[in-house]
Design a protein around this ligand. Structure first.
Ligand SMILES: *Cc1c(COP(=O)(O)O)cnc(C)c1O
Length: 397
């Protein structure tokens, strides 16, 4: 039996269980091949079809598919109007792209701490960070669990902030019955292979606001429009289009959009399998005082992207590094999600210091992500659990 650990570096030749893996089936392959034989490889009909499907799944009025999740965050930050001199409050435990998009537009990310039990952004902490310069919030549905929308929406309304949700982990998640994607001003998704559905690289922004939607369309394609009402110098010439703003080429291809649709058709089955694996892990670890299980809020009906194994280090003779390496030696390849963003040297050079978000830093020091993906078999889940138990037995105080 041979599998490749495709994320985070070099292929691993012997059999190891990696933390994430895509599931590509015959229908995905057929959709790609069909599109390759069609008239359009990009800017074709699959784009609107995929956007319609995303609207159906999320309940959003509008969706704009783009080349990746980072591009989604970038055009969302642009459409929000963030600029130099503005502050934007961002989750501290997330992939760097959640904050990088604020830097792209010249604004300043301000990192908010997480709650120590749900690991999601703490609305009370957000309140304390608001200044006259604050223009928006970027909240991350970490592991797929929805953020506390009720509280965050209240803060945004009170202070007139643009509310962006980074739902790269959370396609399919619902909050109080409403689809993630239909709640914040803009919601950003990623379809990277490690996420619940994939099209190689891909992303999307959803919104209920038509004016924002129009801007997102422009920023996806160079700032160019073909809509006369959006032009400064409209013309009825057949060739005419106008660049009315500065945008990028962040288009998704039709090849990717076709595959995104077949993947989205399988979201329910992907999500159900992930939930079943999470349940198995939780059951195995719930009674162990050396392990802390992530708290789930009742409002979130979660499609889980990550399973966080959090160590109660006071009860162990090792640190996270030793635990991680011991699992690796058992042929389990975990990962760590995430290094607090402001710990990266780029942010250090911008003047951010360690100690900013104590809950985030304490989580970082005690956690690792266990394998969680659709094709992970029960046998493999049991192997992971057995390996964790073996390592625990070794390091238990
Ligand atoms: C994956 C991810 C992104 C970036 O998405 P890409 O498609 O890889 O650009 C952004 N934010 C979070 C939280 C992610 O997990």
């Amino acid at each position: 039996m041979e599998k490749l650990a495709v994320f985070g570096g070099n292929p691993v030749s012997e059999y190891k269980i990696s933390y994430g893996r895509q599931c590509i089936e015959e229908d995905d392959i057929a959709a790609v091949v069909e599109t390759l034989k069609s008239d359009y490889l990009t800017c074709g009909p699959k784009i609107a079809e995929a956007e319609k499907k995303l609207c159906e799944i999320t309940g959003a009025k509008y969706a704009v598919v783009v080349s990746n999740g980072t591009a989604a965050l970038h055009i969302a930050a642009m459409a929000a109007g963030f600029q130099e001199g503005d502050e934007v409050i961002v989750s501290s435990i997330t992939f760097a792209a959640s904050a990088n998009c604020v830097l792209y537009v010249g604004a300043k990310p301000v990192f908010a701490d997480i709650k120590s039990d749900t690991y999601n952004i703490d609305p009370d902490g957000v309140r304390r960070l608001i200044t006259p310069k604050t223009k928006g919030i970027i909240a991350v549905d970490f592991t797929g669990q929805a953020v506390e929308h009720k509280e965050l929406l209240e803060i945004c309304r009170e202070h007139n902030l643009v509310y962006i949700e980074d739902a790269a982990h959370a396609i399919g998640t619902k909050y109080e019955g409403k689809g993630v994607g239909s709640i914040a001003d803009m919601t950003c998704f990623s379809f990277h292979p490690v996420k619940t559905v994939t099209c190689g690289e891909g992303g999307a922004v959803t919104t209920n606001d038509e004016a924002i939607y129009r801007k997102l369309l422009q920023y996806r394609a160079h700032g160019i429009t073909r809509v006369a009402e959006e032009m400064t110098n409209p013309s009825d010439a057949k060739w005419y289009y106008e660049q009315v703003d500065l945008g990028y080429n962040y288009r998704l291809t039709d090849i990717q959009a076709a595959m995104l649709m077949t993947q989205l058709d399988k979201l329910d089955k992907f999500s159900a399998r992930r939930s079943a694996i999470v349940k198995k892990y939780n059951e195995a670890f719930a009674e162990m005082p050396e392990i802390i299980v992530q708290r789930e809020i009742s409002e979130s009906d979660t499609t889980r992207h990550l399973y966080i194994l959090r160590l109660n280090l006071e009860r162990l003779t090792c640190d996270r590094r030793a635990f991680f390496d011991a699992l690796w030696a058992e042929n389990i390849c975990p990962q760590v999600h995430y290094i607090p963003v402001y710990w990266h040297s780029h942010y250090e050079r911008l003047g951010y210091e360690k100690g900013l978000c104590p809950n985030a830093e304490s989580l970082y020091k005690s956690m690792l992500s266990l394998p969680l993906y659709y094709t992970l078999s029960d046998e493999e889940v049991n192997m992971v659990i057995a390996a964790v138990k073996k390592v625990l037995a070794h390091y238990r105080k």
